[in-house]
Design a protein around this ligand. Structure first.
Ligand code: SF4
Length: 106
């Protein structure tokens, strides 16, 4: 959601966030219904995946630097990617097989 330009979460009080996980973190709000959308490119580290490691990674189209919320929870800040390459290497084949199996059944 962070990297997709047209995705916004509107909280009950009209505050905008780029991710539902960021609700409750006012420092990560990106505007509100009254004043409009603010620039969040620096605060949310947009395009943090534009580095050699990610640009060479086969998972980039499904990852784009991973989940900023998980990075925030783990490290207290979103100053880097949430890399799941090892996890994806381990489970992707089985996930695809499972998807094929159960989608063919349904
Ligand atoms: S899996 Fe890791 S290296 Fe690959 S695009 Fe995601 S963050 Fe970058």
């Amino acid at each position: 959601m962070i990297e997709l330009k047209d995705n916004i979460v509107v909280n009950y009080d009209g505050t905008f966030y780029k991710c539902p996980g960021f609700i409750g973190h006012p420092e990560l709000s990106v505007g509100n219904l009254k004043s409009g959308l603010e620039d969040y490119s620096v605060s949310h580290n947009l395009e943090i995946w534009k580095k050699e490691e990610c640009l060479d990674c086969e998972y980039l189209p499904i990852c784009f630097g991973g989940c900023r919320y998980m990075k925030l929870m783990r490290d207290g800040k979103i100053d880097g990617v949430d890399c799941r390459k090892a996890y994806l290497d381990a489970v992707l084949e089985d996930c695809i097989k499972q998807e094929i199996k159960y989608n063919l059944v349904s």
